[in-house]
Design a protein around this ligand. Sequence first.
Ligand SMILES: Nc1ncnc2c1ncn2[C@@H]1O[C@H](COP(=O)(O)OP(=O)(O)OP(=O)(O)O)[C@@H](O)[C@H]1O
Length: 454
Amino acid sequence: MTRDDWGNVKQRLLKTVGQNNYTTWIDPLALGQMEGGIATVHVPTTFFGNYVSQNFSDLILHEMRSFDTSLSRLKFEVASKSPAPVTRQTDAIQPPRSTTPAAPSAATSYNAPLEKRFSFDTFVVGKPNELAHAAARRVAEGGPVTFNPLFLYGGVGLGKTHLMHAIAQELQARKPELNVLYLSAEQFMYRFVQALRDRKMMDFKEIFRTVDVLMVDDVQFIAGKDSTQEEFFHTFNALVDQNKQIIISADRAPQDIKDLEERVKSRLQCGLVVDLHPTDYELRLGILQTKVDSHRVSYPDLEMDDGILEFLAHRISTNVRVLEGALTRLFAFASLVGRRIDMDLTQDCLADVLRASERKITVEEIQRKVSDHYNIRLSDMIGPKRLRSFARPRQVAMYLCKHMTSRSLPEIGRRFGGRDHTTVMHGVKRIEELKVSDGQIAEDLELLRRSLEA
Ligand SMILES: Nc1ncnc2c1ncn2[C@@H]1O[C@H](COP(=O)(O)OP(=O)(O)OP(=O)(O)O)[C@@H](O)[C@H]1O
């Protein structure tokens, strides 16, 4: 086969594999000796040869055979670094090793810093996160890979990053010989773009494909970023093929990440997918108790009334980050003004947080609660019947909607079977009067309000 033929083979491959694959994998190949039906193809690194051999050798051979039908096999060899012609015999391709001497230090430079306090010791376990925690613990033991990838997902501030850091730190402590690479998806993209710009794609690939454990946080970030997704997909496959552990986190389940290619989604789902559920009251209280202990170290003289933590756990249900922030602010504030932490101080200091965390109560919720309370059907409460046994609960519900939601009177009227706003106004007024004169109504209102706020 002449050099021109080789050039033509490459041109044909360009059409088949596309520009990206061509630039990365085909263009760097050089033709070496051809002997006894075997063509030697020179590659820059062992890893490269292995990858091309697995993914493109059939195609390359097919194209070469259209110029030389005597060819039966390809042999990939690492090209000598010397500028001499590459026709010399060099090392035969070996399967890539997990820790080539250069890889750990290079990977280390890609590692995002780990937060010491995000450890398993400081992670409070409760019903909403126990499965995610157990899976994280198992992976952190560094034993045989049983589920790959481990995909952790959950809403904002529920502890995904905390668990990821805990896994990375535990692995480093238990198995220092493992090459663990932890970074965010954003950093992955940044490294990828940088490698493209500096023409260092081979180094990039070598680093990512020689790690033992790859951990990528907030993977939803690569949604809609086509080339990064493509590269991530190849990295992912290469590592899974080598049975290397991958741990991914995201703010939602793989199938719910918009603008993520189907093949990436399905790859992400093929291991164990576990979610961190929104916190419940017990978990929030547990977290607060743990955090208070650490605050007490910084503020040993501060005193706190009983019931404050319970109040916060009850009222701030958005996410753990907000909860932590509230506690930090409370301690700092109390120490500045030199007062004990009581309910007044808490409400003063955290007024904005408490307001923002107020749970939004809906008209439907109120209607359901009130009809349950008075033991009538929801359809009767909303429907046209004017019977007193339906009309009074309806007015109670309207009153609660007016006071516990931000809906306007016409909107409330619409939700009550399309009634006019004047009917709602009349109902609300009637209940306001009864609240003063009728102890039973006052009691009902109080009960309902408490149960809706719970
Ligand atoms: N179960 C828990 N025990 C102790 N601390 C927790 C727990 N869950 C969350 N936290 C704390 O809450 C804060 C937010 O957690 P983290 O950063 O891990 O959230 P995230 O799920 O990664 O959020 P985001 O989606 O914003 O990245 C951290 O300070 C973390 O330590």
